[in-house]
Design a protein around this ligand. Structure first.
Ligand SMILES: [Zn+2]
Length: 307
């Protein structure tokens, strides 16, 4: 079985304006890198379908989904908050991004793929049950996790989030759901200034001070994530794969390097092999320095694919 690679052209057409760091070039740089390094030929490519209202409504209020559906302008760009804006393609891109994680979940649970990476945008982990923020509209990874639980009947899933920002939306959606564990690392104090108050045995949020190194990141994962995941025994593992903790990324001030992303992916793969029949679905979150982003995703995907 191979690693699935999900994408859709609509995710390139979503554009929040010239100079916005969450740009279409991000997923193009990733795909170019995977093509140029020969990695792409080892992956099984799929065009992602749009998520359905039923799938989105598992983690978002129906009225919120309706608001986003009505939000895409006929032309130009409209802002939902200072960072988050819609153009005429944004709603479709948001549907395809969440739909990618749903399809990836079906492929992996249905044993059509060993694991999957969704090269999609807009990202999702700041999207709350009824609020868009931080470049995010629908919480893609949460939509996929809820699909694994409610449609496929899994009893326990875990979400690992190594984006430099805390996944406040994912916490908002799942903090009261005993079927879901979230493990995360993030720069703190830093946007969105959450992740400390909500900590619990299932919300394993590990703050890292500005200028923390890759070694400190690895120590946090080893000390906090891995024992929690071993005890929880998730039946499937989801990854909110943000690459903005890279030392080349100006968005934040952590010091990870390409090899740290390969390392953490291998740790998660080992957990998945012990407890989850190897089932992993990873979806792109942040990562804004195009070279570091493309290389780091390459390392992540290479480990997923066992290459
Ligand atoms: Zn981020």
């Amino acid at each position: 079985m191979s690693t699935a690679f999900l994408h859709h052209r609509d995710c390139i057409l979503h554009d929040m304006g010239a100079g916005h760091p969450e740009s279409p070039q991000r997923i193009m740089a990733i795909e170019d890198h995977l093509l140029a390094t020969g990695l792409l030929q080892h992956l099984a490519e799929y065009e992602s379908p749009p998520a359905t209202l039923e799938q989105l409504s598992r983690v978002h209020d129906r009225s919120y989904v309706d608001t986003i559906a009505a939000g895409s302008p006929q032309h130009g760009v409209v802002h939902l908050d200072p960072d988050t804006a819609m153009n005429p393609h944004s709603y479709q891109a948001a549907l395809r991004s969440a739909g990618a994680v749903v399809m990836a979940t079906d492929l992996v649970i249905g044993a059509k793929a060993e694991n999957a990476f969704c090269n999609v945008r807009p990202p999702g982990h700041h999207a709350c049950r009824h609020q868009a923020m931080g470049f995010c509209f629908f919480n893609n990874i949460a939509v996929g996790a809820a699909h694994a639980l409610d449609h496929h009947g899994l009893k326990r899933v875990a979400i690992a989030d190594f984006d430099v920002h805390h996944g406040n939306g994912t916490e908002d959606i799942f903090h009261d759901d005993p079927r879901v564990m979230m493990v995360s690392t993030f720069q703190h104090p830093f946007y969105p200034y959450s992740g400390i108050e909500g900590r619990s045995s299932r919300m394993v949020n590990v703050p890292l001070a500005a200028y923390s190194s890759g070694e400190q990141f690895r120590n946090a994962v080893t000390a906090h994530w891995l024992p929690a995941l071993e005890a929880f025994r998730p039946q499937m593992l989801f990854i909110s794969a943000g690459f903005d903790a890279h030392r080349d990324d100006d968005m934040a001030m952590l010091g990870l390097v390409d090899a740290d992303y390969a390392w953490v992916t291998q740790q998660l793969k080992d957990i998945a092999h012990r407890h989850s029949e190897g089932r992993i679905v990873s979806s792109l979150e942040g990562g804004y320095e195009l070279g570091a982003l493309a290389r780091s995703v390459g390392r992540h995907v290479r480990v997923l694919a066992g290459l």
